[in-house]
Design a protein around this ligand. Structure first.
Ligand code: PLP
Length: 472
């Protein structure tokens, strides 16, 4: 492809994307395909000879698009959103055009310094104390793994990094509602998942701090070495919020690292009225939230903040001769702030998003979704056959269908699984599920960039229709 062709196809592609977004709400949210359908449509051998771009693009439209789940569909209401926006898409396009690999300051000074500045912007935007320093990681899973590894090194005076584990009596803690990435991180970091204690939650699905302390005491009596706790600000199941101050005080008392996992809900903190919910955040050692979930920045972009950046760097830094530069003593080399050496220029799209919307524009977006959530919640609450299963703190509602009569929990679970399948097979909305206290729970979020009131009302209609079909 020469540069003139690039220009021509590039314009065509933007036209395609524009039309895609104009049509998106009419597409089925979930593709109607079976496993293997797409795989079997693609040639078994890589083409030996060059093919015209038109032909590949044509194949893309015919073979790939029909197998896409439309995450930016306004009625994509399952999991959490991976919200994007036009300025983010354009920023990402520039990132790929520049093609810089941003492992150190020298490999692209602007990438490093824009990352520094946007992380300061984000810190202020969400009201974190000035003592926190931020870095962009790919995902919350990686950010959390970084926190586990840094906690491990801090607790062992950086000796596991050099000698490996001499003994392993360490214990780590999170609630039973905490995200699976914590267990994954504990496994990767070499602690063993049996040493991760999952503390019971209260009726609101938040960790019970007294039980955390009790478990720490039991572990100490048994010769264990407690080192690390995760508090959740917005669990994945139901967006439950742990009490950061109480958990933080326990961590201070016993000298444990406190990590706050706010992967989804952290974006809510750009609205000052939500900041009371992270009361005690100054007691945390690290904090993660994903602008790629709810802050209109396309995947991937995870903001990881730490109080002690020296401990982070000391955990990860390596200085082989071929990576040394003259600027090293005066700059941030972000390769030393995480797991990867090579890094994408993620700050650019974030900068585009924040500048293009402005902080108040982002706040307006989120507040509108939160208002729509309240409206939907009222409609659901008003029905006798819907049971709300968790407090609604943000834009996620957890509920189940519960018709009159004394159906067993097992029967209700089956009924709700069927209801979800009915809704999702309509193609007009997509929701997902979890289990809360053994109850099959339907999760619906109103967190899409393109969501309007009509999509919320449309969901309510689909739900009502699907319940009617179930009762036929
Ligand atoms: C989504 C989520 C994660 C994982 O996020 P990734 O960026 O996909 O790794 C972790 N914790 C919570 C609470 C989440 O909701």
């Amino acid at each position: 492809m020469n540069i003139d062709e690039f220009n021509r196809y590039g314009h065509q592609l933007i036209d395609f994307i524009t039309q895609y977004y104009k049509d998106i709400e009419n597409l089925p949210v979930l593709p109607r395909v079976e496993p293997g359908d797409i795989f079997n449509k693609i040639e078994d051998e890589a083409p030996l000879n060059a093919l015209p771009f038109e032909k590949t693009f044509d194949e893309f439209e015919k073979k790939i698009m029909p197998g896409i789940t439309h995450w930016q569909h306004p009625s994509f209401m399952g999991y959490f959103p991976a919200s994007s926006s036009f300025p983010s898409i354009l920023g990402e396009l520039l990132t790929s055009a520049i093609g810089a690999q941003c492992m150190s300051w020298q490999t692209s000074p602007a990438a490093t310094e824009l990352e520094e500045k946007t992380m300061i912007w984000l810190r202020k935007m969400i009201g974190l104390p000035e003592s926190f320093t931020g870095v962009i990681e790919d995902t919350a899973s990686t950010s959390t793994l970084c926190s586990i590894l840094t906690a491990r090194e801090r607790a062992t005076n950086f000796s596991v990094n050099t000698k490996g584990f001499e003994s392993n009596s360490f214990t780590l803690y999170c609630s039973e509602e905490a995200h699976s990435s914590i267990e994954k991180g504990v496994k990767i970091a070499g602690f063993g998942k049996d040493n991760l204690r999952k503390i019971e939650v209260d009726e609101n699905f938040a960790m019970i701090p007294e039980l955390l302390e009790k478990q720490i005491e039991i572990d100490l009596i048994n010769g264990k070495k407690p080192i690390y706790v995760v508090a959740a600000f917005g669990t994945t199941g139901s967006t439950a919020v742990d009490n950061i101050r109480e958990i933080g005080n326990i961590c201070r008392k016993y000298g444990l690292w406190l990590h706050v996992d706010a992967a989804f809900a952290g974006s809510a903190l750009i609205m000052p009225e939500y900041r009371h919910m992270i009361d005690g955040i100054e007691l945390a050692d690290s904090f993660v939230f994903n602008p790629h979930k709810w802050l209109l920045t396309n995947f991937d972009c995870s903001a990881y903040f730490v109080q002690d950046k020296e401990a982070l760097i000391k955990t990860f830094e390596l200085l082989p001769e071929y990576l040394k530069t003259n600027a090293d003593s005066r700059v941030n080399n972000y390769r030393d702030w995480g797991i990867q050496l090579g890094r994408r220029f993620r700050a650019l799209k974030l900068w585009f998003v924040i500048r293009t919307y402005g902080v108040s524009g982002l706040q307006d977006k989120l507040r509108k979704q939160l208002d729509l959530t309240k409206e939907l919640l009222q409609k659901l609450d008003a029905r006798d056959d819907i049971e709300i299963l968790a407090p609604v703190h943000f834009n996620l509602i957890c509920f189940r269908y519960k018709p009159e009569g004394n159906l067993s929990n097992e029967k209700l679970n089956e009924l709700n699984a069927n209801l979800m399948n009915q809704i999702n097979s309509s193609g007009k909305a997509f929701i997902s599920h979890t289990k809360l206290r053994d109850k099959y729970t339907l999760r619906v979020h109103l967190g899409q960039n393109l969501i309007e009131q009509k999509h919320m009302l449309n969901f309510y209609d689909i739900l009502s229709q699907s319940i009617a079909i179930l009762n036929k």
